[in-house]
Design a binder for this molecule. Structure first.
Ligand SMILES: [Ca+2]
Ligand SMILES: [Ca+2]
Length: 93
């Protein structure tokens, strides 16, 4: 059951990423976004940040895949809320 929920959440992640990619124009990046949604710290919120959050999806402190940077809302677990947070800032730079 838990695995099925994770698959559903990952499917939602992919759908949100696709929506974000197709709805955001690609712009030249001259300044850097500095919010937590820029997980890899490269100054832009993009698919690379979503991939990092997805890789840590379902984790919590002490878990093998735990990445504190992927816990965008700092609630102690990486879940759909963190994915949505990145999606909402997708394209920010
Ligand atoms: Ca980034
Ligand atoms: Ca979280």
């Amino acid at each position: 059951m838990r695995r099925r929920i994770l698959y559903l959440q990952l499917s939602l992640l992919i759908a949100l990423a696709a929506i974000s990619i197709t709805s955001q124009p690609v712009k030249a990046c001259h300044s850097g976004y500095e919010g937590p949604e820029d997980v890899n710290g490269d100054g832009v919120v993009d698919i690379k940040d979503l991939v990092i959050v997805a890789a840590a999806f379902g984790s919590y402190p002490g878990h093998d895949r735990w990445n504190p940077k992927a816990d965008i809302n700092e609630d102690g677990e990486v879940n759909i809320s963190d994915v949505v947070a990145v999606c909402l800032k997708f394209g920010a730079h």
